[in-house]
Design a protein around this ligand. Sequence first.
Ligand SMILES: C[S@@+](CC[C@H](N)C(=O)[O-])C[C@H]1O[C@@H](n2cnc3c(N)ncnc32)[C@H](O)[C@@H]1O
Length: 208
Amino acid sequence: MKITSPAINDYISGLLPKGDRVLAEMEALARRKDFPIIGPIVGPFLRQLAIATGAGSVFEMGSGFGYSAYWFAGGMSDSGKIICTDGSEENRDRALAYLRRGGFDSMIDYRIGDALEIIKEFDGPFDIILNDIDKKGYPEAFDLAIPRLRRGGLFITDNVLWSGRILHKNPTAESKAILEFNGKLFGSKDVIASIIPIRDGLGIAVRV
Ligand SMILES: C[S@@+](CC[C@H](N)C(=O)[O-])C[C@H]1O[C@@H](n2cnc3c(N)ncnc32)[C@H](O)[C@@H]1O
């Protein structure tokens, strides 16, 4: 199931400015490798959120080759810090090369390993935490991320509608984990949550 109608998606895509050559290259690589980046509709939204919250610190759970970090970085001042995490050294090397070309390398601390372990090394509080790891880790990601957010900070999660598969009668283990995660997100007294039905469903929670 497409969350946004393809025609509406195409319309929004057609409105997007196409100025940044590094982003265009990253999008081309994602298409070539069928790599799931947050994409050019969600990217500007991440940048807006970084600007609107005056974000100085971002923790990314699942950074891939740096596409989401690139969008965040462009909405932060030069003194801002983004901790990126991923299991792949190849992704890290690609990310650092792209982020350097954008002039963002001094802002990036890219760690290799399991984001669910790496985040435990940090107390925060972070202004923004992005959750984009393997779906079975989502419920634990919620438990680890929320205490590490400042009040007013944002917990942003990709794929919370999972192409509509969360509605299936016999959900897979991944869908079950997302269902559990969404239940936590909306059941928590520590955040105010929304799902923005763009791309694959973007969960936004503000720490209160
Ligand atoms: C969907 S991709 C998203 C990348 C990035 N957020 C973007 O939009 O450009 C998810 C990435 O998270 C990594 N990943 C998945 N589970 C992880 C975990 N538990 N810890 C660290 N990285 C993880 C994968 O290797 C993959 O590169």
